[in-house]
Write a protein that binds this ligand. Sequence first.
Ligand code: BGC
Length: 372
Amino acid sequence: MIPTSAPNLSELARLRELARHSHTVITQHQDPGGAYPAAPTFSAYRGYAWLRDGSFTAEGISRYGDVASAGRFHDWVDGVLRRRRAQVDDLRAALARGETPSPEAMLPTRFTFDGQNGSDPWWDFQTDGYGMWLWSVITHAARHGLDLARWQAGIDVAVDYLIAFWDRPCYDWWEEHVEQRHVSTLGAIYGGLVAVAPHTSTPVLEVAGRIRTLVETEGVHDGHLAKWLGSSAVDGSLPSCVVPFGLVAPGSQLAGGTLAAVAQELDVDGGVHRFTADVFYGGGQWILLSALLGWNLAAAGDTVGAWRHLRWIADQADENGDLPEQVGHRLLHPDSREEWVARWGTVASPLLWSHGMYLILADELGITDKDA
Ligand code: BGC
């Protein structure tokens, strides 16, 4: 018999309750206009919604069965992008004239809830979120049999933007190293373009093929995907290139090598660090990355490994059931923690992306009561 590490009844009840609470946290804080705030009470994130966080959060909510909440998020992104049509057309025209638009001219990383850039400076620009949104909205529509026409205009803006600018260096998932081309960013764009292929007349698969060739040529080191093209480092976001984005075929040697490298270098007790040099809040273990690795293990048939991550995550919830961005039991660089606390206050909690990823892994392991 295959060991499943299945929980007993009381543990199952606790894990289901955390799923129910995760759904409540996300929907309770959803802006009436549809945006999912990254972390409603955290000073540096308050008032802003990221496409990256929101796309994964919407996937968790979609899997949980709350079609309306996820739909409202996609309506919001669609509306924001429709209003950016002229900006994207101008950017493409500049590119066609041989110009390189400045990072400030590009679409932002995060938006205020009314779809503006906001006045606080941030690490713009980042392309991954636009690919993630394409993957998220198309996956949601397919899962629930919805007509994509509702979001088509926004989808077309995202496609045009990515087709023009997919190969530009930009900040990564962690809003760092703007000078590099990051493999997880390329993976998210690849996943979005492949998902959208049946729904656009733009030749997106041609670009997806170029991304794959580029990563295979310059983004692999020692049998695993690398943090950026030409790097030898590992990053906790890299499993996303396998599941869900499929840049690397699940079950392939490169997929196995990547999951193994992340587990070996970044996983401690089931909690996954971002990368070994991470100093943000001392470099703790991230809930959402533990769920991402668990999701990959579940998809690869390692149910025992996936349960280990789900349990670790559940153990990090505070007395209200809230999940933070990261926890500091095993800091990589403890001396760096204090400067971040002084700058921005204690770690963001609840972080909606953490709750969304818990919902994904819980669904993957079949434990959620879909009662939304
Ligand atoms: C993280 C990003 C995230 C943002 C909002 C940043 O600290 O590096 O990945 O999108 O917070 O949650």
